[in-house]
Design a protein around this ligand. Sequence first.
Ligand SMILES: Nc1ncnc2c1ncn2[C@@H]1O[C@H](COP(=O)(O)OP(=O)(O)OP(=O)(O)O)[C@@H](O)[C@H]1O
Length: 313
Amino acid sequence: MIEPVIEVTQLTHQYNGHAALDQLSFSAQKGTVVGLLGPNGAGKTTTVRLLNGLFPPTSGQMRVLGFDPARQGGELRRRTGVLTETPALYERLTARQNLAFFGTLCGLSAAEVSARAQELLDFFELRERANDRVQTYSKGMKQRLAIARALLNRPQILFLDEPTSGLDPEASQQVHELIANIRDQDGQTVILCTHNLFEAERLCDKMGILNRGRLLDFGSLTELRQRHAPGLWLQVRFYQSAPAAIPSISGLMEAVMENELTWRLKVSEEAVVPALVSQMAASGAQILSLQPQSLSLEDVYFKLQNAQKEGVQ
Ligand SMILES: Nc1ncnc2c1ncn2[C@@H]1O[C@H](COP(=O)(O)OP(=O)(O)OP(=O)(O)O)[C@@H](O)[C@H]1O
């Protein structure tokens, strides 16, 4: 079995008696992207701070890369990289000078700093502008440089807090590709805090959905869908005419007519689909197309958040 790089059990944190995190439990495996999703104030940033040992939790247990962050924060932080919501870069220095400065702070030698900076400038496509002051960069370039800064020490875990906030779609897409590359090429674990559900759906292998410090659920999108929105919707389009009746096979949960030639059918699982198609064809139906319609993360997310609001959870 693969050892988790992060293991959190019943983690609770209060600021001045106010609970920011309440009994949070989850784990993250090496080489995966794990998302922490939730509205403002859900507890995402607090989780990142606790996992990096910036302060101890009120209660609960954590292991990160085998360390106890509350007691071994310094050792742990040499092996993690953090991009905060407001990344600190020196605007009057160039990208290369910024990387050199922060690399030296990480304890890299002059030769290591220069080689690593060059590697990162290439990877983040900043080479051409490496000797220009950061104040002349676009927001997307600054964000790429900030992620490069977080990667200087070759961290085993990279924490990214809202890495695409304020970026335009092109710059966001570029950052998404970089995050996927970081996981795929270097086998690093990425903890991604985000409000952006499209980003989470695209990048995360597993995700935790938080609300006011409570974890509403944790899993892959497939697992979350199975738990909170079971079944599979199919859109079926017929050629010229729809059948008078949709056959009642076992596993067909709902049938809704969209228009004369289009039906939406909900089945319990994919395995039921071939029998449904055969029965419809046997009854003379001419099927033009059949399109499975997966629920998006957004559908699942709002189902969970709304259930929480209504006190169902
Ligand atoms: N230093 C602090 N002192 C007091 N309360 C705090 C502090 N930091 C965070 N909180 C509170 O803890 C709760 C969780 O905040 P946190 O910043 O962890 O949430 P978040 O999910 O990262 O939110 P956002 O998406 O807005 O960054 C909020 O109610 C917040 O007001």
